[in-house]
Design a protein around this ligand. Structure first.
Ligand code: SF4
Ligand code: SF4
Length: 236
């Protein structure tokens, strides 16, 4: 078996683009961490050997000639058990590369993390949410944040939870006040553009809460955005 890493990278890039086209979920080339592969040109595995070939671009002059190519080849072949262990590691990393598009983006409609977790918010988050909803900072704090300032004053609290009827809740497993949709696989963030930094930075890579029953194909259409139940006139 022999694969050129460049080919793997191009194939994965095509997979990413197709995934974005089919699901509408954004993916970027930056999400492909190919650094460890940069100098590996090929990995060849047979029953007894694993041969890893590295190429590195160098510019060096030797007499009148410019040498631009340097190559190393490592061959592991003394210990069958070792070869087998390395083969399994390589296959595992290949599998992760094949699965990459799935791991880089959440299946549309999954919102398991919007229940169970409480996103912390800072002043900037609260102000952004307030502006988005046409409210004042104080109104947004009172309506949607459980105020609990961190020791350094940066975090001002976390987003409220509500139960199935929409009543305020302290239960950890209840959902975020801004989570919209009720049927399985039909969830979406009601303030997506204004969501807190905690939610923006949350990564699906390695997420163990993912709802695997959800399809990843097809365009996902969200419903109406979150709208405040009532407006207050108080100013911050
Ligand atoms: S703000 Fe949006 S993304 Fe963040 S937990 Fe709530 S529903 Fe989920
Ligand atoms: S895959 Fe994980 S991070 Fe993404 S929405 Fe589902 S639970 Fe949240």
């Amino acid at each position: 078996m022999q694969e050129t890493i460049d080919l793997i990278a191009h194939r994965e890039l095509r997979n990413l683009r197709r995934y974005t086209r089919e699901t509408g979920q954004p993916t970027t080339i930056g999400q492909l961490d190919l650094d460890p592969m940069t100098n590996v040109q090929s990995i060849e595995i047979d029953e007894e050997h694993i041969t890893v070939q590295y190429n590195k671009q160098t510019k060096r002059r030797y007499n009148a000639n410019e040498i631009t190519h340097k190559e190393w080849v490592y061959k592991y072949n003394d210990d069958a058990e070792f070869v087998d262990a390395v083969r399994r590691v390589i296959e595992l990393s290949r599998k992760h590369m094949y699965d990459l598009p799935q791991n880089l983006s959440c299946p549309p409609g999954c919102a398991e993390c919007c229940s169970g977790y409480e996103p912390f918010v800072n002043r900037g988050d609260v102000q952004r949410i307030a502006d988005h909803l046409g409210m004042t900072y104080d109104e947004a704090m009172a309506e949607y944040v459980v105020a609990r300032e961190s020791a350094d004053g940066f975090v001002v609290g976390w987003l409220r939870k509500v139960d199935e009827e929409g009543a305020r809740s302290e239960e950890a497993e209840h959902k975020c006040v801004f989570l919209m949709g009720s049927r399985s696989g039909r969830h979406y963030c009601g303030i997506y553009e204004a969501r807190p930094s905690d939610c923006r930075e949350f990564t699906p890579v390695g997420c163990e809460d993912v709802d695997w029953s959800l399809p990843r194909h097809g365009q996902y259409k969200t419903g109406k955005p979150f709208a405040p139940k009532r407006r207050r006139s108080a100013k911050s």
